[in-house]
Design a binder for this molecule. Sequence first.
Ligand code: FAD
Length: 370
Amino acid sequence: MSTGIPETVAARSITDWSDEVDVVVAGFGIAGGCAAVEAAARGARVLVLERAGVAGGTTALAGGHFYLGGGTGVQRATGHEDSAEQMYEYLLAVARDPEPEKIRAYCDGSVEHFDWLESLGFEFERSYYPEKAVIQPGTQGLMYTGNEKVWPYRDQAIPAPRGHKVPVAGDTQGAAMIIDLLVKRAAALGVEVRYETGVTNLIADADDAVVGVSWKNLGKTGAVRAKSVVLATGGFVMNSEMVAEHVPWLTEKPFVLGTPFDDGLGIRLGRSAGGETCMMDQAFVTAPVYPPAKLLTGIVVNRNGERFVAEDSYHARTSAFVLDQPGAIAYLIVDSEHMERPNFPLAPFIDGWETVEEMASALGIPYEAL
Ligand SMILES: Cc1cc2nc3c(=O)[nH]c(=O)nc-3n(C[C@H](O)[C@H](O)[C@H](O)COP(=O)(O)OP(=O)(O)OC[C@H]3O[C@@H](n4cnc5c(N)ncnc54)[C@H](O)[C@@H]3O)c2cc1C
């Protein structure tokens, strides 16, 4: 795979445009689907080009958790007070490099986003799941998913549950339901979707303004002229060279999730027209050690026997801290009264010992520190 930036094509070199539309969208995952539907609802003529044979992308794998708050229908129905202000304070506190204006817009618009999603034709269940889990196991509409109740964030914003899950049981693929609804809504609004048609280049006029895209469908190629071009082509986790360039600490990754088209082409297309990237070194990494929450009453230590994270943190926060430890190694230590032995494929059970001394010696952790 490549890290190369595709050339932009000069508009004057195109003699035959296959289509002329208001908006062309590259990719029909959740980002492209929402953009297409919203543009069409406001009267634009929209064409979506999707490289795969079906809509969905990585979104179709996702559990279907939406981080929403500020007083959504589910929060109100289940008696959880929340405000856009507290949601903003929390996200500002928890983000490594926060962009306050973006977070403000996200929080101020959150109830509207919730209503917009439901207007696609489903309802989040008006129910609350009180346990700590990665995602609701059933169809429960709401739970705590993040670090809201975890130190130090619980002192920085009033905690509220904001993990809204679509009414599909199970850990993964719930968001495919939203894709199906977006496909239907797009069709009803007259959006044309062409599958197995990948965007290969951006087309620019003499002032370097983007005025369309080139595409490839099996053996055929063509060019679409458009007033607006939306790139919504997902991430780059499947492009090992891009991963090595931007996220070198993940070059030796144990297990990645995504689709083959997560090769970062859309990001490189954006750069071809002068777009800037940011946060390319960020990744969502996880090896959850809950549920059950009971296990989080134990301690997590590194191989020097030191604690380094609040154990009840969001699973991806704990995992990110683990990666910063010597050898990227950590142990969850639980006593017999708080032990349950679930099967965590990414965090295997090691053993049980009668004394802390025996445990320290078996794990190679300095006993005094532990
Ligand atoms: C197992 C799993 C569970 C997850 N659970 C959640 C969750 O519960 N909540 C949450 O918020 N996030 C979750 N995520 C993350 C979430 O799935 C992604 O952040 C999100 O789906 C990205 O959406 P997208 O529209 O940007 O990209 P995608 O859904 O990947 O869509 C991009 C589309 O663009 C197409 N494409 C690529 N290149 C081109 C091209 N050149 N021309 C035309 N089309 C192209 C692709 O084929 C694809 O269809 C999860 C991820 C995984 C893997």
